[in-house]
Write a protein that binds this ligand. Structure first.
Ligand SMILES: C[S@@+](CC[C@H](N)C(=O)[O-])C[C@H]1O[C@@H](n2cnc3c(N)ncnc32)[C@H](O)[C@@H]1O
Length: 151
């Protein structure tokens, strides 16, 4: 069972680390991370395909692909599963920062190797990488990538 505090804890970390006014929340499910970041003053758009979600959010009811024109300052994702790799690749392509909290892999790797793999993917994409922990139970590692020269 994922920690119920995960959205508020991640939103706090994100807003402390990044000034980014416009944030895309990738694989945001019902939009709870969106709501937590919006409460902290950011303009947030969630990408996911859920029809059941919190009211009054900016929400694109579709999956993010690398073809999406970029109009954000930061990508974030809480337990984004199949979208984790796309979030990192998208950030590298568009030279914007990214912060993801990985959960399940898309290639059957177990958790720790998957986190290492994602950090390497971000490095290879030209991002400076840090991996930090959220103070919560469960899958709590945050992979942060910032385009080299912007950190
Ligand atoms: C484990 S759920 C996490 C939902 C939410 N972030 C949370 O922590 O409760 C993974 C989500 O990834 C979404 N997803 C998978 N691939 C995606 C993509 N390319 N773009 C956007 N969302 C995607 C799924 O629809 C699902 O809602």
């Amino acid at each position: 069972m994922a920690d119920v505090r995960r959205f508020e804890l991640f939103a706090k970390l994100v807003t402390e680390r990044f000034e980014a006014p416009r944030i895309w929340d990738i694989a945001g499910g019902q939009g709870r991370l969106n709501a937590a970041l919006t409460a902290l003053g950011r303009e947030v758009t969630t990408y996911d395909n859920r029809w059941k979600r919190l009211p009054n959010l900016r929400y694109e009811q579709r999956f993010l692909t690398l073809d999406e024109p970029c109009s954000c300052d930061l990508l974030v994702g809480m337990h984004p599963d199949d979208a984790t790799r796309i979030a990192i690749e998208y950030a590298a392509l568009h030279r914007i920062p990214v912060a993801v909290v990985p959960c399940c892999s898309d290639n059957s790797m177990s958790y720790k190797p998957w986190v290492r793999y994602l950090a390497e993917l971000a490095e290879e994409g030209g991002l400076d990488v840090a991996v930090v922990d959220l103070p919560m139970t469960g899958r709590n590692r945050v992979v942060i990538g910032v385009p080299k020269g912007n950190s």
